[in-house]
Design a protein around this ligand. Structure first.
Ligand code: ATP
Ligand code: MG
Length: 291
C-alpha cells in the first residue's frame, strides 16, 4: 500500500524535520522507494542531506516554473530521493494567495509521482499556513510529532481543527497516521507524566515507539546525513527504525521493488561525503545490521 504522509505541527522545534528525515531514511533502508519533500522555507530537511543552495526547488514546481522531475535529487540511500526547498518558498505563502486552487498546488505537482514511490514524506513548516494546508491536501495521512514537555498539548487542538477543516473542504481521505512522541527522556518525571497524559488522551493513536532525546540525532544534520548513515548503532537510529517498522506494519507493507529511475537529463547529485562504513550504503545491509 502506498502512503503520502505529512509531518506537521505548527509548534516550532518539536522534531518535525528530524522525524521526516529519519523516518524517510528508515523506510528507504527497508528498501521501500521513498520520496522526501521539503516543504519548509527553512530547508532544514534539505541541508540535513548535505544539499545547500539547490538552483531549483519545490517553490519552482509549486508556481509552475518547472516540473517535479527536474528537481528530484538522489541521496546516499539508493531507495530515497529528495525534493529540496529553499528560501524562495517564503514568498509562496503570499504569492499563491490569489492563485486559483492555491491549496491544491502540491497535490497537482505530485499527481505523476505518487505512484512511483511507496512512501512520500512531507516535512511541513511550523505554521498552519498555506504550505501546511497544501501538504494536508496532498497527503493520505498526517503524522504529528509531539515533544514530551510541559506545553506539549498546547496548540494541538488548533492543529486537529485544521486537519478536520481540510478533511471537510479539501481532502476527505485525510487520516491521522498517529502521534509520535519525540525527545523523550525516561529519567525525567515530567517527560514520563506527559507521555502518560498523551497516551491516556489519545490511546491507540500514539505510536508505541518513542523517540528518545539523543545527541547523535542532533549532530547528524551538520554532517549532512540521516542518523542511519551517521551512527547506525545510536538509540536515535534504532528508535526511528522501530517507528518506521511500526508504521509499515500498520499500513501493510508493500512488496519490495526497484527504486524509480531519475529520468532527468541533468541530475546534479548532491556531493555527499562517503559514509564512514561503506557497507552502510546498501539499504539491505543497514536493515540487517540494525536488527
Ligand atoms: P521547526 O519547527 O523549526 O521546523 P522542527 O519541528 O522541524 O523545527 P527539528 O528541527 O527536527 O524540529 O528539531 C529541533 C531541534 O531539536 C534540532 O536542533 C534537532 O537537531 C533537535 N532534535 C530533534 N529531535 C531530537 C532528539 N530526539 N534528540 C535530541 N535532539 C533532537
Ligand atoms: Mg523543521
Amino acid at each position: 500500500m502506498k502512503r503520502v504522509m505529512a509531518i506537521a505541527n505548527q509548534k516550532g522545534g518539536v522534531g518535525k524535520t528530524t522525524t521526516a528525515v529519519n523516518l524517510a531514511a528508515s523506510f528507504a533502508a527497508s528498501e521501500r522507494p521513498t520520496l522526501l519533500i521539503d516543504l519548509d522555507p527553512q530547508a532544514n530537511a534539505t541541508s540535513a542531506f548535505g544539499i545547500h543552495g539547490a538552483s531549483r526547488h519545490i517553490y519552482d514546481a509549486l508556481i509552475g516554473r518547472c516540473v517535479m522531475k527536474e528537481i528530484i535529487l538522489p541521496t546516499e540511500l539508493r531507495f530515497l530521493h529528495i525534493v529540496p526547498s529553499g528560501r524562495d518558498l517564503y514568498g509562496a505563502e503570499i504569492e499563491l494567495v490569489s492563485a486559483l486552487s492555491r491549496e491544491r498546488r502540491l497535490e497537482r505537482v505530485l499527481v505523476d509521482f505518487r505512484e512511483r514511490y511507496d512512501l512520500v514524506v512531507i516535512d511541513c513548516p511550523p505554521s498552519l499556513g498555506l504550505l501546511t494546508v497544501n501538504a494536508l491536501t496532498a497527503a493520505d495521512s498526517v503524522l504529528i510529532p509531539l515533544q514530551c514537555e510541559y506545553y506539549a498539548l498546547e496548540g494541538l487542538a488548533g492543529l486537529l481543527e485544521t486537519v478536520s477543516a481540510v478533511r471537510q473542504q479539501l481532502n476527505p481521505q485525510l487520516a491521522l497516521e498517529g502521534i509520535a512522541l519525540t525527545m523523550v527522556d525516561q529519567r525525567n518525571n515530567l517527560s514520563r507524566q506527559v507521555e502518560q497524559e498523551v497516551r491516556s488522551h489519545f490511546g491507540e493513536r500514539v505510536f508505541r515507539s518513542v523517540i528518545p532525546r539523543n545527541v547523535r540525532l542532533s549532530e547528524a544534520p551538520s554532517h549532512g546525513k540521516p542518523i542511519l548513515l551517521y551512527d547506525v548503532h545510536s538509540r536515535g537510529a534504532t528508535s526511528y527504525l522501530n517507528l518506521a517498522e511500526e508504521i509499515l506494519g500498520r499500513i501493510g507493507a508493500s512488496a519490495r521493488r526497484e527504486p524509480p529511475a531519475l529520468d532527468r537529463a541533468s541530475a546534479p547529485a548532491p556531493s555527499p561525503t562517503p559514509a564512514p562504513d561503506s557497507t552502510l550504503r546498501s539499504p539491505g545491509a543497514i536493515a540487517r545490521r540494525t536488527k
